[in-house]
Design a protein around this ligand. Sequence first.
Ligand code: PHE
Length: 340
Amino acid sequence: MKEQLSLIKEKTIEKIEKVKSLKELENIRVSILGKKGELTSVLRGMGKLSKEERPVMGQLANEVREKLEKYLSAKKEELVNEVKKIKIQEEKVDVTATRGSLEIGHRHPLNKTMEDLEDLFQTMGFSIIDGPEVETVKNNFDMLNSPKNHPSRDLTDTFYINDDILLRTHTSPVQIRTMLKNKPPIRMVSAGRTFRFDDVDDTHSPMFHQIEGLVVDKGITMANLIDTLDVFIKEFFGSDMKTRYRPHYFPFTEPSAEVDVSCFDCHGEGCPSCNYTGWSMELLGCGMVHPNVLRNCGIDPEIYSGFAFGMGVDRITMVRHGIDNIRLLYGNDKRFLEQF
Ligand code: PHE
């Protein structure tokens, strides 16, 4: 039995030393120390020994077991550490590594148009003002001289948050905010998101973008309005572009006009896209600031006058790039956006 024990001991130690995985190690432990293990069965056979031999053998067997357990747990620790080391190495992040080619994003065509428009107006002496998208009914309609029964106030046309707050339907409330805060002379543009209860089709979206302009000073006339817009249109769309002012109605301007410009495709010759008229219709709305609006903002219309204009940035972006569907501007399809 003594030889048997030392044989088990040596053989097992040798095996443990060669082990490469935790699973193998566990298999060895079970095969020696488990219920049906070799050492266990030797211990079971002790009953057959004489009274004198039993304690001696018992002690020896315990020593062997303790020794093997020590070896097993040392090996286990070694293997666990190794696994950890490999894992750490695999998960190492090289913070100095660079990729071959980094994908760099760029401005969305809508933002680009808005910024280009702002840049141009800035060179013409306008300051850039920001306004909130969530507005008061007062700024969006009342202060802008909008009659209480004006159809645009309808629940079916406008997104109301509650009776007094809405998503602005145009950028014109920024006129009010500017005039309440600043004394004339005022020369500002403001671009941003606007919202109307429209169904989506090729040219309509419930969210769209406008840019608004306002000039208030002593002696401002319709001639200043026309000259400013003509300069802007020639600078932005090309020096051969012509303009046409058609009378229109806006509650906040009097007189008011809608502006058509030469067809973007044929520049006035006449082609299918302009129905052979030579004109692109309704590029912008404009007019002389209504005296009531000036008065509402504490500006004396006997001393000051002004003009205002507003236009759709989405439409301008579309004609600029030959985009025929507004949905493309909001679809976030990279294949589309990468073209600009
Ligand atoms: N706010 C008008 C619209 O959304 C446009 C406009 C702005 C007209 C300024 C006149 C003056 O249609």
